[in-house]
Design a protein around this ligand. Structure first.
Ligand SMILES: [Zn+2]
Length: 337
């Protein structure tokens, strides 16, 4: 945006020009050599109300499409080969008015063949430089290579050639090239996040924002939809952990380990030692109807050292009661009853 403040627009002057002399915004733009943005900004600042469009055109201040002389237009556009921009300036109207007029009277846009470049275009092409101008105007293969093989963006190409992006776009259309869509233009190496995984990611090690965290929590599947869901009958009783971690249990384990001299009773290994209940823990719990830690502490059978044995991890895993072994055993016992 241009700097609005650099235009010194006086309140009285603007009032005189716009409301008394009925000069259009477009003309004021030319007088001040500024954009419409500056004028609208000042009008708002001075609390001036914009005149409704209708009264404007009735007074004949701005030109309507109907009032353009057909013969005059034909002469200028087709005979003198003036371009539409130049005609707009000549008639002091906007491009939209001319387009409306042409459509209404069935005028076609002049054939692009043999069209003479305007002085403006010639100047611009000079600035771009001969080689670059050639590339963009003639070299279909060059553009194809840049855009489709090197996967450069249109803005990047435009930057190199010192031309605008719409010019590149227009050229592509002319050559019949189909533009990449947004998702295609972000594939693979073209994606700004390509390869930025783990520590390279700008988000690495940074906590999530509270909103993101809330959003994440809200989207966690609950109950049966969660991949970790267990049916009530399959769940491990939380009392089990309480019993296994209590001081009495730790003492029992230590006594068994000391008695077995800290080696596996099956293979004599001294690594990864476990203490196993010979008569399964779950079975004792079931038979003695243990429902709480207090109940477990009072159960003699549970703390009998003769029911304990030291096993290494490998040997423990080979026993029938490893993992769900006890569960299956209890299930069988229940079926028998
Ligand atoms: Zn062993």
């Amino acid at each position: 945006m241009e700097n609005r403040e650099k235009y010194n627009v006086d309140k009285d002057w603007l009032y005189q020009k716009y409301f008394i002399e009925k000069i259009s915004i477009g003309k004021l733009m030319t007088i001040l050599n500024c954009s419409s943005d500056v004028i609208y900004h000042r009008m708002k600042k001075f609390d001036f109300k914009l005149k409704p469009r209708k009264t404007n055109s009735n007074k004949g201040v701005s030109l309507k499409a109907d009032s353009i002389d057909i013969e005059f237009f034909k002469q200028k556009y087709y005979e003198e080969k003036m371009n539409l921009r130049e005609i707009c300036l000549l008639l002091d109207c906007c491009g939209e008015t001319i387009r409306k007029f042409m459509k209404k009277n069935g005028f076609k846009i002049r054939s692009q063949k043999g069209r003479k470049a305007s002085q403006e275009t010639i100047e611009r092409l000079k600035k771009i430089g001969k080689e670059n101008a050639k590339k963009i105007l003639i070299d279909k293969d060059w553009l194809y290579e840049q855009y489709f093989i090197k996967m450069r963006s249109m803005s990047n190409i435009a930057l190199e050639l010192k031309i605008s992006e719409p010019t590149v776009q227009a050229r592509m259309l002319e050559f019949g090239f189909v533009r990449r869509n947004r998702s295609e233009s972000k594939l693979g190496k073209l994606n700004p996040m390509f390869g930025l995984t783990g520590e390279k990611s700008p988000k690495y090690g940074k906590p999530l924002s509270p909103e993101a965290l809330e959003n994440l929590k809200a989207n966690i599947p609950r109950g049966e939809k969660n991949h970790n869901y267990k049916k009530p009958e399959d769940r491990i009783d939380p009392i089990n952990n309480q019993i296994r971690n209590c001081q009495k249990s730790k003492d029992w384990k230590r006594k068994v380990l000391a008695r077995d001299k800290f080696i596996c009773t099956m293979c004599k290994s001294s690594k990864n030692l476990h203490v196993d209940h010979i008569k399964p823990f779950a079975l004792i719990k079931l038979e003695n109807n243990i429902k709480s830690l207090e109940g477990a502490l009072l159960c003699e059978e549970l703390w009998n050292i003769n029911n304990g044995r030291t096993l290494c991890k490998e040997c423990h895993e080979k026993t029938d009661t490893w993992a769900s072994g006890t569960y299956n055993l209890i299930k069988k016992l229940k079926e028998k009853q």
